[in-house]
Design a protein around this ligand. Structure first.
Ligand code: SAM
Ligand code: SF4
Length: 356
């Protein structure tokens, strides 16, 4: 889709036109990835992080946060919880934590892969190529690494590199692809300084990268971060600034579905945080086909505070799963069975299409 068309959709306010967009996105979703909704078990295994991302509550400089790192035993137990709930995938997410050393992660992945039928998705930040290769060899199937924004200046401002390192996530996405991972990326919506044109370019980037998974969600301000300080925020004409609201998030989900029809696209937790009652459902009706259910042990959940007021922090994992399953059935959609690989990935690898 051309840049000006994308910008026009992102700025669209007419209810009738938007209904049209939701309809096309929903039809495209049904045709390419089917009606089933895949549930993923999310385990937030460490909130320790060495990075200083200006938007995130887990950043190293946030001294107010009590830090934790789960034991291998606890992570494997959470994976078993995913099996017990009937999910086909466990997503292991964390801050960029060198304490999760390469051998430990490989060993944990190996255990999960040998003891359970689960697909394993990793989202552990920017790690060395040999580490990513070792985890792939250990059996990890997928990797999520959002590029956050394709506006280089904005990105450099909000995502400082590691000392001596490169902050750029695009080369890493290529590395992940080369290593044979199913590759996911995405952006935040409404970052201070992000314009409509930036966001339109982000959506074009999804297509250029031929992503297998796309995660997009609103930017939510965390008070203990530099971006909460108006003096830190890049200046943008308020007419160009993208709002970090629900409607814009649905638009980006719908447009992502149109440019990457076979990708797996979740209705994200950040979206549900803006609208706990129906955010994820509306996402599922406007292009999404995946939902993450939080399986992090309850005592750690509140500590994984990327942004404040996250949903489903106090619920028991079993209750979260049952609640999501009911919501999906009410939409008239089925629950996915099996691993729920991205049809984009299976097609690229020339494998027979899975059940969709
Ligand atoms: N550390 C890994 C990384 O950065 O890729 C994985 C964990 S990180 C918390 C996962 C995602 O959370 C980031 O890619 C970012 O898009 C999102 N995130 C962080 N702070 C956020 C905020 N304030 N509002 C919305 N999303 C946020
Ligand atoms: Fe760390 Fe990821 Fe948060 Fe950046 S976004 S501070 S790398 S957890």
């Amino acid at each position: 889709m051309k840049l000006d068309q994308l910008v026009a959709w992102l700025r669209e306010t007419q209810a009738e036109r938007l209904t049209q967009l939701w309809h096309i996105a929903d039809r495209t979703r049904r045709r390419h990835v089917g009606d089933d909704v895949h549930l993923r078990g999310l385990v937030e295994l460490s909130n320790r992080c060495v990075r200083q991302c200006a938007y995130c509550g887990l950043r190293a400089q946030n001294a107010r946060l009590q830090r934790y790192r789960m034991s291998a035993e606890a992570v494997v137990q959470s994976a078993w919880d995913a099996v017990a709930h009937g999910y086909g995938t466990v997503v292991l997410q964390a801050g960029e934590d060198p304490g999760l050393d390469a051998g430990w992660v490989a060993q944990t992945v190996r255990r999960i892969k040998s003891e359970t039928p689960l697909a394993v998705t990793l989202s552990l930040g920017e790690r060395e190529e040999h580490e990513l290769a070792g985890w792939r060899e250990a059996g990890a199937d997928r990797y999520l690494l959002r590029f956050e924004t394709s506006n280089r200046r904005l990105y450099q401002r909000i995502h400082p590199p590691r000392p001596g390192g490169d902050a750029d996530r695009f080369p890493l996405l290529q590395t992940l692809r080369r290593l044979g991972y199913e590759v996911g990326s995405g952006v935040m919506i409404g970052i201070p300084g992000q314009t409509y044109e930036d966001l339109a370019r982000d959506v074009q980037r999804f297509a250029e990268l031929d992503l297998d998974m796309i995660g997009v969600g609103p930017y939510l301000c965390h008070p203990e971060t530099p971006l909460a300080d108006p003096r830190f925020r890049p200046e943008t004409d308020s007419r160009d600034q993208v709002p970090g609201d629900e409607l814009t998030t649905y638009k980006v989900i719908a447009l992502s579905r149109l440019v990457c029809p076979r990708a797996n696209i979740p209705g994200t937790t950040a979206l549900a945080t803006l609208n706990p009652a129906t955010g994820r459902e509306l996402g599922l009706r406007r292009g999404a086909n995946v939902v993450m259910v939080n399986l992090t042990p309850p005592r750690y959940r509140a500590l994984y505070e990327i942004y404040p007021d996250k949903v489903c922090v106090h619920e028991h994992p079993a209750a979260c799963g049952a609640c999501m399953e009911d919501r999906i059935r009410l939409l008239g959609r089925g629950l996915g069975s099996g691993r729920g690989d991205s049809p984009n990935y299976t097609a690229r690898r020339g494998e027979p299409a899975g059940r969709i």
